[in-house]
Design a protein around this ligand. Sequence first.
Ligand code: NFE
Ligand code: MG
Length: 572
Amino acid sequence: MAKKHLVVDPITRIEGHLRIEAIIDENNVVTDAYASSTMFRGIEEILKGRDPRDCGLLAMRICGVCTGTHYQRSIEAVEHAFNVTIPKNARLVRNLVQGALYLHDHIVHFYHLHALDWVDITEALKADPKATVKEAQKWAGLSGQRPWNASEDVYAEVQSRVTRYVKQGRLGIFGNAYWGSKGFKLTPEQNLIGLSHYLDALEVQRELGKMMAIFGGKNPHPQSFVVGGVTCVQDIKNPARIAEFKQLLKKATKFCKQSYLPDVYMAGTMYADEALEGIGGGLGNYMSYGGFNQDDLPFYESSKLFPSGIVMNKDLSKVFEVDQTKITEDVTHAWYEGETNLHPYEGKTIPNYTGFGKKEDNIAYLDTENKYSWIKSPLYDDERMEVGPLARMIVGVAKGDERITKYVTTFLKQGNLPIKVLFSTVGRTAARAVETEMMADVMMEWVDELAANTANGDLSTWTEFDFDNVSANAEGFGMEEAPRGGLGHWIKIKDGKVANYQAVVPSTWNAAPRDYKGRLGAYESSLIGTKVANPDQPLEILRTVHSFDPCIACAVHIIDTNGKELGVYKVD
Ligand code: NFE
Ligand code: MG
C-alpha cells in the first residue's frame, strides 16, 4: 500500500496558524513530517527607527499569550544596552508577574489546549461518579494530596451538564474533536476527572490573570514595566495588594497540587507505554538560556532559578554553556530572502513568499524542497535545539541544580516512572507540570521577600539613568526563559534610535522548518515514529505537537491571505 500524505491545517487549540504535513507508511507510522507557519507578522520591522524606551510596549504585541515576557525581554535588552541594573523590588515584581504567567500558561495549556488529546469527553459520560471519587483519590494520593473538588455530586453534575449539551447537539468548546479514537486510553472515570478539572481550570485561569494585573496594571499586555524598573509603586507599598496576590497564589498552588499534578500522573501512567518507547522524543538536544534572577546583579550575571545550559543527544552526563554569540537564524526553508545564518544583531526579516508546491486533487501541498514556512530556523553552534519546560528540567537535572532535581525526582518516584519517560511527548507534558508546581512554591518565597523588603522601608522601584548620555550608539540583548522556552530579544541602537531589532522566540526554535542541511526542526523530528491509530483522526499528531504548546504568533512575530486552506484534512 502506498504511503499517505496527511495534512492537518489548521492545528487547533494553539495560538496562531500552524500546518502539519505528515507522511505515514502502510502501518500508519509517521516517516516524515513538515511544520509550517502560514502566518507572517512584521513586528521586528515596526520597531526600527523608534525610541528604544518604547520598544517594550510594542514588542509585547508579538503575542497575546505570553505578553509580559516579551515586554520584559525588550526592556532588558535596552537596559543591557544602557548598562542599567534594576532595584530589588523591580526584580521581584517582574519575577512575580512572569511567574504568574507560567502558572497561567501552563494550566491553560494542559487543560484547555492539550487535555482533549488525552481525555475523551464522550466516554466521561459513561463513568460512575462514586468510582470517580476513588479514582481521583488514588492519583492525588500519590503525592499525599486530597483530590481537587472531588465528590459524587460534583462529578454527577458535570456529567448532567455535558449530557445536556450533547443531547442538544451543541458541544461548543468540545465540538469537532476526535472522539471515539482508539488512541484514547483513559477509563470513563479518568475521563470524567479530566473533564471536571477542565471546567474548574476555566475559573482558575481567571484568577491567574488577576495576579498578573495586580502588579502589571492590566492583563493581557501589562504596562507597569519601564526601562530601569517598574511603575507599580502604589501596589508594592500597599500590604493589602501584596496579600491579595498571595491569596490568589495560594489557590493556584492548591489547584496545581490537587488537580494538575495528579492528572499528569494519571495520563502519564495510562500512556506510559508510549513514553517508554520514546514516542514524541524528537531531537534530544535541549537548551535553556537560564531564567528568573535570584539576586540583584544585572540579569546576565545573576544566578538563575532555571540554570542555563545545553544537553546534547539526551546525554545528561555533560552540560555545555550557552554563549549567545553562537545563535544564528537560517532562512533556507523559510519565506525570507537575503543572507542566511546571521546572528540576531545582524539578522534580517525580508519576506519572500514563494507559495505552495504541487497541487493534487485541488489540495496544494507545501513546497518542502524549497521554502515552506514563515518561521526561521534558529541554530545554536550549527545544531538544532528543543527549548521549553522539558529542556529546563533536563538541563537543571544534568547541572545538578538542587531544587529542580528534587522536584523532578520526587515526581518520578511518586509516579513510579523511570527518568526515561521524560524523553517523550508524555515527558514534555509532565515536565511542564513539575515546573508549574515548583514555580508556585518559589513565588511564595518571592512574594514574602517583596513584602519584607517593602516593610523594611525599601520602596525603590526605578534606577535613574541619563538617556541622552547612554543612548547614542549601543547594543544589548534580553535573554530569559519564557513559559515555552528560551526567549531572546536583540537590539542595536544608533543615534538614539532602534537600528535593528530581532526576537528569537521559543516557538521559533521548536516549530521551525528544516535547515540548510536538511535537518528537521523539533516538532518535525518529534513526529517521526508516531503511530496514528486512525489516519482519519490524527489525534497522535496533535498530541505531540500540542505537547510543545505552540505559539505561532510569537514564532513569526499582517496575515497572509493567499494559499491558506482552513480546515483541510486530506488522506490520499
Ligand atoms: Ni506567544 Fe511565547 C512563550 C514567547 S513563544 S507564547 O512562552 O516568548 O513560544
Ligand atoms: Mg525573529
